[in-house]
Design a protein around this ligand. Sequence first.
Ligand code: AVI
Length: 322
Amino acid sequence: MLTNAIAAGAVSEFAADVRAGLTKEGQKELPSKYLYDAVGSKLFEVISELPEYGLTRADERLLRAHAQEIVQQIAGDVVLCELGSGNGSKTRWILEALSRRRHTYYYPIEISPSALRTCERELADIDSVGIVGLEREYLDGLLEVAARRRLGQRILVLFLGSTIGNFSHPADANFLREIRLILQPGDSLLLGSDLEKPIRQLLDAYDDPLGVTAAFNLNLLARINRELDGDFPLAQFEHRVRFNSETRSVEMHLRSRQPQTVKIRKVRLSVRFKEGETIWTENSHKYSPPEVVRMAEGAGFRCVAQWIDWEWQFAESLLMAI
Ligand code: AVI
């Protein structure tokens, strides 16, 4: 009964966001968090393997090389939690380093139940670890972890994979501030952020020749069709990517190939598209290393250390709440 109530709530939130985004004056948009249903999460895993998309491999390389060093900066009994754990493959190195020291609790926080199950399964073999998956929005999950912490325990939050870049400015800085408000001085945040690189390289990464990213993007319309009884004709929309040099972000859009009207029955909505009109589905900001430090300081953290992958310009920043 409770499960049904939560599922119905999630559907109505999706419906409300779809209605708001598609009836917006000017640029239509859909929140990028809805890209990650079961199909979208799998497609994102494939994107991470593509030669053109080096972000996830860079993140993994840094964590693998520096896990021990990262963990050594945080003394005492640490509770690990991760915002948007995905399949958990990047977390392994940090979790192993922590659990060598003492038994460690790990709370992956995910809105995708399928990704959460995969993560729990993938990391179950590590000794001295208790995994408690939380199917929640990031901050709700973090509040729960904070409420469960015992006296003297420190929280280490992982926010990897440059998901921070998917918040537009100033939402990224505001989000760090909200995390900081839940934490206590001495708690830490390990933040992964993708760095600026040549525009051609970025466009290839977000518009790969195999069309996996195109499928990932179009799946959002397929998801609306599935869950909200929509009739988006997928063949009449195309994946478009552009680099916005003002915001220094890669933007993903879905472009209508022709004038058309789409019905979404569960939202009781009829949406008109002009030929060439787009729905903006994702923003992926590219940072500079000092920009990350400034943003963190403005949110109430001190940057303890920053590691950079030079093969695919990517930064891992260890931030301590002050
Ligand atoms: C999850 N996030 C950081 C990815 C990114 O690069 O912005 C999502 C993604 N979108 C297209 N490709 C990958």
